[in-house]
Design a protein around this ligand. Structure first.
Ligand SMILES: Cc1cc2nc3c(=O)[nH]c(=O)nc-3n(C[C@H](O)[C@H](O)[C@H](O)COP(=O)(O)OP(=O)(O)OC[C@H]3O[C@@H](n4cnc5c(N)ncnc54)[C@H](O)[C@@H]3O)c2cc1C
Length: 402
């Protein structure tokens, strides 16, 4: 099974679980193999395991001993970065220069395809920023974190039927009211209601709606909002997205010198690889590849290489396969590959993003019956996107029923 978008979830609440239950597919949740707890960073020519807890630090070569010693002083560091502090500055302040250069770089590439000096910590990882505010230390925050209730698996999980099966089941539940595969080209106001002009299977103009949630990428929402609020449109337009290129590779892990036995590895810059990292898909979710075969999903592009998606499949594979060979050592051989492109993949919460979101919400509140939702507003994980949509719908219901 090939996933071209989100592969898995790491829930901090039962929100997605409840959504799947409402869609009638709660049986489809499954947990990742135990190996998924092991995560790697590529440094100095090798994928190196990250410690699973502070007790594993002496055995990890992901950072130098000096780098780890500095990390261990984290609980004694004083608090207080600026509101718009970058992810890099936050890591540097709390965990040291080496952690910022290796760990922050790898983490940001893996989550958002961005770079840590561009992104705002409070918007990129609000839960981590909150640990500092609440507990005075990330270590203390991690220790006091409790397992979310109502989640049927521990840690990472996925839908056996594929991540796409959740929106598909939700759409099925709406019956004829669901009109997917349509492009909204315009929104206009008539008799205190919103009308949409659509192209596609149901092309034409819709009947009036009391309320609309714009859950499209920010550039599309900007275009639709432009005739109604120019400032809102400008703010939406100013949010940039990273593009992503994915390469699915079938291979035989048993032949590799380095045997994948974890979730995957991430690559900080300056490590002479061009890929951002890879998920060992069949090591995390064994049914994703036929028995005796292995599957890896390589992530490339992002803001490190924004034009990569314009290159041919051959050129992309010429970069991906040698990098995978370097990371896995001799014996890595691609038996089969497929390239996928996501030109507008992940919104970048650049410095000043929190301020921008505040202004966006204010401008949007000036328009009756209109709400915004999406990863650029409330966080990019699937859980946050689901929450964003639910909040927007609740606000609309409240507004239109009052
Ligand atoms: C490669 C990749 C891997 C990821 N992995 C994970 C992961 O493992 N776990 C995780 O939690 N998150 C992951 N994410 C992040 C997560 O998938 C996204 O942040 C999330 O799906 C974004 O949701 P959204 O609703 O904001 O936007 P989208 O999912 O982009 O939804 C926007 C919708 O608007 C529609 N649309 C666009 N234009 C129009 C128009 N004119 N008219 C009508 N409809 C329109 C689109 O068709 C689309 O359905 C990943 C993202 C990517 C790209």
């Amino acid at each position: 099974m090939l996933e071209w978008g989100p592969h898995s979830v790491l829930p901090s609440s039962p929100r997605l679980i409840q959504l799947a239950e409402e869609a009638g597919i709660s049986d489809s949740w499954t947990s990742a193999a135990g190996a998924a707890r092991r995560r790697y960073v590529y440094r100095a020519g090798k994928a190196r395991a990250l410690p699973g807890s502070p007790f594993g630090i002496p055995f990890s070569t992901a950072l130098s001993p000096f780098g780890w010693l500095r990390v261990l002083t984290e609980p004694f560091r004083s608090n207080g970065g600026s509101e718009e502090e970058s992810v890099k500055d936050f890591f540097q302040r709390r965990l040291g220069t080496e952690a910022a250069r290796i760990l922050a770089d790898a983490m940001v590439a893996g989550i958002s395809g961005g770079v840590p000096e561009d992104l705002e910590m409070a918007s990129f990882a609000p839960a981590v920023a909150e640990m500092e505010r609440k507990h005075g230390s990330l270590f203390k925050g991690l220790i006091s974190r409790s397992r979310p209730k109502g989640v049927p698996f521990r840690g990472t999980g996925t839908l056996k039927t594929g991540m796409q099966s959740l929106p598909e089941a939700l759409a099925r539940g709406l019956g004829e009211a669901y009109q997917g595969s349509n492009t909204v080209t315009e929104m206009y106001r008539e008799n205190h209601q919103w009308n949409l002009s659509v192209e596609g299977a149901y092309s034409g103009d819709t009947d009036g709606f009391d309320g609309v949630v714009l859950a499209t990428p920010s550039a599309v929402s900007a275009k639709l909002a432009r005739p109604h609020n120019l400032r809102l449109s400008g703010l939406l337009e100013s949010i940039s997205y990273a593009s992503m290129v994915l390469v699915q590779i079938a291979y035989d892990a048993s032949k590799c010198r380095f045997k994948p036995d974890g979730f995957g590895f991430l690559v900080p810059r300056q490590q002479s690889l061009q890929i951002l990292g890879a998920i060992w898909s069949s090591s995390v979710f064994p049914w994703r590849a036929p028995s005796g075969r292995d599957l890896a999903t390589v992530f490339m592009g992002g803001t490190r290489d924004p034009l990569l998606g314009e290159r041919s499949d051959e050129e992309i594979l010429e970069r991906a396969i040698p990098d995978m060979q370097r990371a896995h050592g001799s014996g890595f051989e691609a038996d089969w590959c497929e390239v996928g492109r996501a030109p507008v993949a992940i919104p970048q919460a650049r410095r000043g993003h929190g301020r921008k979101v505040y202004a966006l919400r204010n401008e949007c509140s000036l328009l009756d019956g209109l709400e915004l939702a999406g990863g650029y507003l409330d966080g990019i994980s699937l859980e946050n996107c689901a929450r964003s949509g639910q909040w927007a719908a609740e606000r609309l219901l409240q507004e239109t029923s009052s």
